[in-house]
Write a protein that binds this ligand. Structure first.
Ligand code: ATP
Length: 437
C-alpha cells in the first residue's frame, strides 16, 4: 500500500476515493488529470499540481469519476469505494434548505438564524474532517458559515491550547488549511482539560470550569457578531469538539450544545453517545440529533503523532507552512510585561481554612507569574486586555515563544510573528511548550 515515489496515475470510479498518507520525509505532488474531484469538500482545480507536506493524511473523492496523477512517496495509498460521503452531503442539503429559509427573514425573527451544527464523537472519528466538508460545501454556495473549534488538543484554526472561531468565506484550502487572518481566539493554555500534568496547577488535575467559562465568552462574542450580519446569521455555524466524550467530557459537550444554542447535533461513530444526547435533548424542541457513520478512511493517531502535529502547528504559526513567514526575535525587560496564569496560583493553606474544608482553586482566578527560567520554551498568549481583570474575558492577539530568560539582566527573549511592540503587556501562561525544530 505504500508507494516508493515514481510518477503514477490512478483512475477513480464514481463515488470512490483515494486515501493517502504522505511519506514521512518528502512532500507529495498531485494533480487532477480528468473528471472532477474534491478533498474534504474543496474541489481540485483541473491540471494544477498541488504539493502536500509530509505526513498529511487525506482523501481525494470523486462524485462522477476522475483520474489523478501523483509523484512522491506515500506511507499509505489505496482506493475505497465505500464512503459515508452520500450521507454527509445529504446533511449538507438539509442545512442548505435551512439557510435559504433563514435568509429573507428579519433579524428579530428567531428563524433568521441558520443551522448551528455541532459535530461530536470519540477521538479519531473524523469530526474535524466532517466539519471541514460541511464548511467548504457551504462556502462553495457562497454562504459565510462561522467555524467554531472547541478542540484544544488538535484544533484547526490556531495553535493548540486554544478555542477559536472564524468566518469561512471560501472552500478550505486542502494544503494551507484555514486562513489565520482574523480568528477570534481564547487561550485555555493546556492541550487537555484534564490531565495528571495539570495537577501542579490545579488541585483536581483539571480545569473544566475554566474551559466552560471560555466557551461561554467565545459564544457570546460570536453571537454578537452574527446578530449584526444577516448573511453570516443565515449561514449558521459548524462547531468542532474534542474527542473526550466520557464523564466530564460528556458534560462539556452538553454545555457547548447549550451555550451555542446548537440545533443540529451530528454524532459520529458512536451509537451510545447518540442515544445519550438524544435522550437529554428530546424535550428541547427544534434540536435534531443525527447519527452518522464514521469513514473507514479516518486514520487513528497515537499520542506521539498528536504531540508531533501540535508541534507542527506551533511551527506553522511562527514560520508558515512553507517557511514563508519571518518571525522576529525580541528582547524585553521583565518590567515590560505582566505574566499571569489563569485558574492556578497558590491556594489558601489548609491552616487558613475552616476545619474540614478542602482548599479549592477558583477556575478563573488570575495568579501573577514570576518571570524566571520556568518560562523557557513556553508559549505565552498576548491578551487584548487593557487591565488585568479583563484578561479572562479577552480574546488574544497572538502568541510569543520564550527563547531565553536572563535572570541577571532581567531580560526575556522571545519570538513573535512580527516586529514591533506587542499590543498589550498582559501575557498569559499555560502548559503549552515547544522545542523549536
Ligand atoms: P480528534 O480525535 O483529534 O478530535 P477527529 O475525530 O476530528 O480527531 P479527524 O481529524 O477528522 O478526526 O481525522 C483524523 C485523521 O484522519 C486526519 O488526519 C484526517 O485528515 C484523516 N482522514 C479523515 N478522513 C479520511 C479519509 N477518508 N481518508 C484518509 N484520511 C482521512
Amino acid at each position: 500500500m505504500a508507494h516508493g515515489g515514481g510518477p503514477r496515475q490512478v483512475k477513480l470510479d464514481r463515488e470512490s476515493e483515494l486515501r493517502i498518507e504522505v511519506g514521512y520525509d518528502a512532500p507529495l505532488k498531485l494533480r487532477l488529470l480528468s473528471g472532477t474531484a474534491e478533498i474534504f469538500g474543496t474541489e481540485l482545480p483541473p491540471d494544477f499540481w498541488l504539493t502536500f507536506p509530509p505526513r498529511l493524511k487525506f482523501a481525494v473523492f470523486t462524485w462522477n469519476g476522475a483520474t489523478i496523477e501523483m509523484e512522491g512517496s506515500t506511507e499509505t495509498e489505496y482506493t475505497a469505494d465505500e464512503t459515508p460521503n452520500i450521507s454527509y452531503v445529504n446533511v449538507h442539503a438539509v442545512l442548505e434548505e435551512r439557510r435559504h429559509r433563514a435568509k429573507p427573514l428579519p433579524p428579530d425573527d428567531p428563524n433568521s438564524q441558520g443551522p448551528r451544527v455541532i459535530v461530536v464523537g470519540p477521538t479519531d472519528s473524523g469530526k474535524s474532517t466532517l466539519s471541514k466538508m460541511l464548511l467548504s460545501w457551504a462556502a462553495k454556495k457562497e454562504w459565510k458559515p462561522t467555524f467554531v473549534d472547541l478542540d484544544i488538543g488538535q484544533g484547526a484554526i490556531t495553535i493548540p491550547g486554544c478555542i477559536a472561531a472564524t468566518p469561512i468565506e471560501m472552500p478550505i484550502d486542502p494544503v494551507e488549511g484555514i486562513p489565520l487572518d482574523i480568528p477570534l481566539v481564547y487561550f485555555y493554555g493546556h492541550t487537555t482539560p484534564s490531565h495528571e500534568s495539570l495537577k501542579i496547577h490545579f488541585l483536581s488535575g483539571n480545569n473544566v470550569d475554566l474551559y466552560n467559562v471560555l466557551v461561554k465568552e467565545l459564544a457570546q462574542v460570536v453571537e454578537r457578531q452574527l446578530s449584526g450580519n444577516a448573511e453570516s446569521r443565515a449561514s449558521g455555524m459548524v462547531i468542532n469538539t474534542m474527542g473526550w466524550i466520557e464523564g466530564q467530557g460528556y458534560e462539556l459537550l452538553l454545555h457547548a450544545i447549550d451555550t451555542f444554542n446548537a440545533n443540529v447535533v451530528l454524532v459520529l461513530g458512536q451509537e451510545k453517545l447518540w442515544s445519550m444526547i438524544r435522550n437529554v435533548l428530546k424535550n428541547k424542541p427544534g434540536v435534531d440529533v443525527v447519527k452518522l457513520q464514521k469513514s473507514g478512511g479516518v486514520v487513528s493517531r497515537n499520542a506521539k503523532f498528536r504531540q508531533k502535529s501540535r508541534s507542527h502547528r506551533i511551527r506553522e504559526y511562527f514560520y508558515g507552512l512553507a517557511n514563508d513567514l519571518s518571525p522576529h526575535s525580541n528582547i524585553a525587560n521583565f518590567s515590560d510585561f505582566s505574566v499571569f496564569r489563569i485558574g492556578g496560583g497558590p491556594q489558601a493553606p489548609r491552616s487558613a481554612l475552616p476545619i474540614g474544608a478542602e482548599p479549592a482553586a477558583d477556575p478563573t482566578r488570575l495568579a501573577p507569574v514570576n518571570i524566571n527560567r520556568d518560562l523557557l520554551h513556553t508559549i505565552l498568549a498576548v491578551s487584548f486586555a487593557k487591565e488585568p481583570d479583563q484578561i479572562i474575558s479577552s480574546n488574544v492577539a497572538g502568541f510569543v515563544f520564550v527563547t531565553d530568560v536572563d535572570i541577571q539582566r532581567k531580560t526575556i527573549t522571545y519570538l513573535a510573528p512580527s516586529v514591533g511592540e506587542l499590543p498589550s503587556k498582559y501575557l498569559t501562561a499555560g502548559t503549552v511548550t515547544w522545542l523549536e525544530t
